[in-house]
Ligand binder design. Structure first.
Ligand code: PMT
Length: 446
């Protein structure tokens, strides 16, 4: 057995590593990234508590963020906190003489490469539709020529109200981008469409509107991701499947898009809202997933297999519903194609990341899969009644040839961010530079 340690560039955390990666990215000049100026409007909704995280996500990507708060936003989040994370004085008042003298609302409208309102209430949507400008934020919306994006957040009944939907339609007709909202449980205790999307998804979408001026870690790279379960038909009404909800794979797809990647998400049947800013290909069976993956993989840089693909399917899916007859019945099963192994075998192929869902001996079995399937990286994922499948949190240990890193339990969104950063790190180390050592494939584990 031959193991070779990969020498990665020394990293001093995300910022240092971003600088290292950005120096390699196509749009950067002399290693410097063009700054993107974003006016972030915050209106009065409970989702305003996510604003500091959103500012962080925008700044991580190199944006200068000027926050403009409405009076009602100040009921939900303090200007002091937002000033600290944005590094700029907050603007809230159209009639603030001192602030206007430094940069007038018209200058602010011209300074912006994009205007983002997150959270956007039903009220601000209606005001923008009417063309009214009673406050600084709506005045900037009227005065700017930059793209405008709104991330609505409100109670699901308010969102589905015909007045709000009519306003949404008018805004979209006028070229204003509506990001989300997502579906899920709401602050009011009800469930439905109206949740503000996650900050990293919003940040990625806004950067796409600025014509590629900003840079994510995976800008210019194509990432193909599989997610969710597969369904293997027994007859026209029955199938074999598993408990995968698709949450992990969808979170990884959003995290990759947030880092600027072109993402193709090949999804088994799930009950999740389609994420924006990527191509989503819906499939049912393992064979469909195999075909859809290979249709997109040709020019992919990274492949991540988060789907829980069936290992076996019924040998035959009969045309008519099977009738009860005998006391027992036997289903003959045959192997499904192994999508992950087939992609890893491509020459040249993408940087390939697999998952290993295990109930016991998690790291040992994952190591076996890393080696046997000749992967660049594998995510060892303990699964069981109370972990892994069909829940919002997860923990994992990532293994590669010569190293590993463990991530304790966190939300799948947070874990996905970490996985994408780690995958990008190793992708550039292994494939990004002629001077970086190549991975040695380990061929014999027994
Ligand atoms: O969807 P969630 O509810 O959020 O749950 C997330 C998850 C637990 C499903 C996810 O984190 C996970 O672990 N995914 C991998 C599930 C799995 O099928 O693992 P496995 O050890 O059986 O397969 C190993 C690898 O081969 C996986 O990357 C799998 O996608 C891939 N595979 C397996 C069989 C097959 N026919 N083709 C494949 O590509």
């Amino acid at each position: 057995m031959c193991l070779q340690r990969i020498n990665l560039p020394r990293m001093a955390g995300f910022t240092g590593y971003s600088a290292y990666l950005r120096a390699k990215l196509p749009n950067s000049t002399n290693g410097e990234v063009q700054t993107v100026n974003i006016v972030l409007g915050i209106t009065g909704g409970i989702a305003a508590y996510k604003a500091p995280d959103l500012v962080r996500r925008l700044r991580e990507r190199g944006a200068e963020v000027q926050i403009v708060m409405t009076a009602s936003a100040e009921e939900f989040v303090t200007g002091t906190a937002l000033q600290a994370v944005s590094g700029r004085p907050i603007r809230a008042n159209l009639w603030d003489k001192e602030a206007e003298a430094a940069m007038s609302h018209i200058e602010l409208a011209r300074w912006a490469d994009a205007v983002l309102i997150a959270p956007a209430t039903a009220e601000v949507m209606a005001r923008i539709v009417s063309g009214g400008a009673p406050d600084l934020l709506t005045t900037i919306c009227l005065a700017t020529e930059a793209p405008i994006a709104l991330a609505p957040a409100m109670n699901h009944v308010m969102w589905s109200n015909p007045a709000t939907q009519a306003n949404r339609a008018v805004l979209e007709e006028r070229g204003i981008h509506i990001i989300g909202p997502g579906i899920g449980s709401q602050a009011c205790g009800e469930t439905g469409a109206g949740r503000m999307l996650e900050p990293d998804v919003i940040a990625a979408t806004v950067f796409n509107l600025t014509g590629g001026k900003g840079q994510g870690l995976l800008e210019g790279k194509k990432v193909v991701i599989t997610a969710g379960p597969t369904r293997e038909a027994i007859d026209p009404v029955r199938y074999i499947t598993n408990r995968s909800s698709g949450k992990m794979g969808y979170a990884i797809a959003s995290a990759a898009a947030a880092q600027g990647a072109e993402v193709v998400l090949v999804s088994g049947p799930v009950n999740l809202m389609e994420p924006s800013g990527m191509e989503v290909v819906h499939v049912e069976s393992a064979e469909d997933m195999y075909a859809a993956t290979h249709a997109s993989i040709g020019d992919a840089d990274i492949f991540i297999a988060a789907a829980a693909v069936a290992d076996y399917r019924p040998a035959e899916a009969v045309e008519q519903k099977i009738k009860k007859s005998n006391e027992a019945m036997t289903l003959e099963m045959v192997r499904c194609p192994d999508i992950l192994a087939s992609v890893a075998a491509l020459e040249p192929g993408p940087f390939t990341v697999g998952f290993a869902a295990e109930t016991e001996n998690v790291v040992a079995y994952a190591t076996g899969k890393l080696e046997k399937k000749k992967l660049d990286m594998i995510v060892a994922n303990r699964v069981g009644r109370d972990c892994g499948f069909d829940r919002d949190d997860n923990a994992a240990t990532v293994l590669w040839n010569g190293g590993d890193r463990s991530f304790p339990t966190s939300s799948k969104v947070e874990l996905a961010r970490n996985l994408i950063e780690l995958a990008a790190e190793h992708f550039y180390a292994v494939r990004g530079s002629e001077t970086q050592p190549k991975l040695t494939v380990i061929s014999n584990i027994d």
